[in-house]
Design a protein around this ligand. Structure first.
Ligand SMILES: [Mn+2]
Length: 440
């Protein structure tokens, strides 16, 4: 017995096999309603004009070779966005035609009763898959490559474009290379269209993001309460991640960053192996993933529960800088402009805090990024802001010589007139943080 199958055996519930349907809706977030999936596919088909798009799911990872978190399978974001499914080795085919109705095909591996005894029920082609996705045409995946070749031929013969997700994998994939060579029409990258769509969140995406962010705020509160001189970074991380899981998050959106003292000045320190010392600041950058959407929130706290006067001055400068950037958020402005506003603000308000220079010399990263299914989500950063785009606002000051790092990161959604703060559940002001840490 392999290690993987032993683990699978240990996890197999004795109650027997669930149906494919319940296997799919097992996520605490529930399924993506069919009307959203249908609308997303219709939008993409419209953007395609005349052509055929091939979107492949992720493959199952190997417990022995890839070291996933327990038996974790993470679907490809674009495949999930358009199907709501978490099915390995599957294909989605969209055929857009100038005058005729578009066609959509879903290829799923046929069910396999013996394999399902080890790894749980799967969704095969058939009525359940159609009910979940709104795609009538579901077919066995072992027919996918042959049929796709035929469909690509007939679409491109009619002057249709061939659309592929041209990531690293696609470029090195033999089947996709053959399709590209055989199409006679070249290949168009599908990613920019999907990125533009995913940049503006629909109501189901917002529901998931809000929940991911609420859960994340509670995790930060738990970490604040776990902090004290002598605690280990991993205790804070464990307090937050345990909270995430207990509230329905499937995984973390990215490896948690908990850095105390000098570690707080390493932007992506994720080892969490040091012990908090009295007088240090701790940067905690942690976000839950819920229903495929990831929060991204950073709080900076004093290990002993009280900021020193110097720490407080730096902290308040970062907070005011963040607020200045947020106050400038409105439809039409760009991320680049917001970044400049934050930098100018910090420079103008540094006083002698970072003398002989100004504190913006220690603000060594950008202001923020899109969030969504990826914590650094897809989307062109030159796109002017519009309602229902969701971004982080996260200025910071990092002074290694003083072992002092401060980052404050919040998640906001753009509204018709400005922004809504989504991550206010985690205390932001120094006074509110001190209050939480005092009460534990
Ligand atoms: Mn971030």
């Amino acid at each position: 017995m392999t290690r993987a199958s032993r683990i699978a055996f240990a996890l197999l519930p004795l109650a027997g096999l669930a149906t494919g349907l319940s296997a799919q809706v097992g996520s605490p977030a529930g399924p993506v309603p069919v009307e959203y999936l249908t609308a997303r596919r219709a939008d993409l088909l419209k953007r395609m004009g005349n052509g055929i798009a091939i979107i492949r799911s992720s493959e199952q990872r190997s417990i022995e070779g890839d070291y996933p978190q327990d038996s974790d399978y993470r679907e490809n974001n674009d495949f999930f966005y358009l199907t709501g499914l978490e099915t390995p080795s599957s294909w989605l085919v969209l055929v857009a035609r100038d005058t005729l109705a578009p066609q959509v095909y879903l290829y799923l591996p046929a069910r396999d009763t013996m394999a399902e005894r080890w790894t749980g029920a799967r969704l095969g082609p058939g009525p359940e898959a159609s009910a979940l996705t709104g795609i009538e045409e579901t077919r066995p995946a072992d027919q996918a490559q042959r049929q796709i070749r035929g469909m690509v031929r007939s679409s491109t013969v009619r002057g249709g474009k061939l659309y592929l997700l041209l990531g690293e994998e696609a470029v090195s994939d033999t089947f996709f290379q053959q399709l590209a060579l055989g199409s006679g029409a070249g290949v168009t990258d599908l990613r920019p269209s999907l990125a533009a769509m995913r940049l503006v969140k629909d109501a189901d995406e917002m529901r998931r993001l809000r929940m991911a962010i609420d859960i994340t705020a509670k995790g930060h509160l738990a970490a604040m309460r776990a902090a004290r001189p002598g605690a280990w970074e991993y205790e804070l991380e464990g307090a937050a991640e345990g909270t995430f899981r207990s509230l329905g998050a499937e995984r973390v959106g990215y490896p948690s960053i908990v850095g105390t003292g000098i570690n707080a000045t390493t932007l992506h320190y994720d080892k969490s192996r040091s012990q908090l010392q009295a007088g240090e600041l701790v940067v905690m950058d942690m976000g839950a993933e819920y229903g495929f959407y990831s929060a991204d929130v950073t709080r900076t706290i004093p290990a002993s529960g009280k900021f020193s006067p110097r720490q407080l001055s730096i902290y308040n400068l970062v907070l005011a800088t963040q607020q200045a950037a947020m106050d400038s958020i409105r439809p039409g402005i760009t991320m680049g402009r917001l970044g400049q506003i934050s930098r100018d603000y910090m420079k103008a308000h540094s006083g002698d805090l970072c003398a002989p220079g100004t504190c913006d010399q220690y603000y060594i990263h950008g202001l923020g990024h899109w969030i969504g299914m990826d914590v650094h989500d897809v989307g062109n950063y030159a796109t002017p802001l519009a309602p229902n785009m969701v971004l982080t606002v996260e200025p910071g000051i990092y002074i290694p010589a003083e072992k002092l790092g401060v980052r404050i990161e919040d998640d906001v959604v753009v509204t018709a007139t400005g922004y809504e703060l989504l991550s206010g559940g985690a205390p932001r002001t120094a006074a509110d943080i001190e209050k939480v840490m005092k009460k534990k």
